[in-house]
Write a protein that binds this ligand. Structure first.
Ligand SMILES: Cc1cc2nc3c(=O)[nH]c(=O)nc-3n(C[C@H](O)[C@H](O)[C@H](O)COP(=O)(O)O)c2cc1C
Length: 160
């Protein structure tokens, strides 16, 4: 089983979950960067509206070829209850994902809103089947039990 963890992270929390999960189950991490990058100001000024409207950002790398992987993991910060524009773009740019299983996760301060539902719909729209998803509010991004649970979900074989 090979897994790719594709994620966007501005302040390091989603990255922490991605890297801890990769270390637990031997997945490869692919971090996507918005181009141009957000600043602290533009993130709060434009981020929530762009996220709610489901806008795409230009990202690097793109497209993202996942033909070599069996499981596609997608991680996003929550912005105004939604996945971030770079994650919307990353999912749309996937190549070789049709027929594969996806695992989703989001990090947030308090509540994930409808971020996981939106990501599920996007993954299914790209021909993937969603195996499951987890939200990491607050300090749970560093909770070993929560991280173990995500790694177990990623490592799970489709027929299990
Ligand atoms: C523009 C913006 C909107 C946010 N909206 C929410 C929200 O709706 N709910 C929530 O619990 N946290 C919200 N947050 C907090 C982030 O989801 C949280 O800090 C996340 O873990 C950041 O991930 P990162 O460090 O990987 O960028 C928001 C943060 C930003 C910058």
């Amino acid at each position: 089983m090979r897994a790719a963890i594709i994620y966007h992270s501005e302040t390091g929390r989603t990255r922490a979950v991605a890297e801890a999960t990769a270390a637990r189950c031997g997945a490869d991490c692919i971090r996507v960067y918005p181009r141009p990058a957000y600043t602290a100001l533009t993130r709060f000024l434009f981020g929530p509206r762009r996220a709610v409207l489901g806008h795409h950002d230009r990202i690097s790398p793109a497209p993202i070829d996942v033909s070599a992987y069996d499981t596609i993991v997608i991680g996003s910060p929550v912005w105004a209850g939604h996945p971030t524009p770079p994650v919307v773009s990353a999912v749309g740019s996937l190549q070789g994902c049709r027929g594969k299983e996806a695992v989703l996760f989001v990090t947030c301060c308090v509540t994930p809103g409808i971020a996981l539902e939106r990501m599920s719909a996007m993954a299914e729209g790209m021909g993937m089947t969603v195996r499951g998803g987890m939200a990491f509010p607050g300090r749970s991004v560093h909770d070993p039990l929560q991280l173990d649970a995500l790694a177990a979900l990623v490592a799970k074989k489709p027929e299990e």
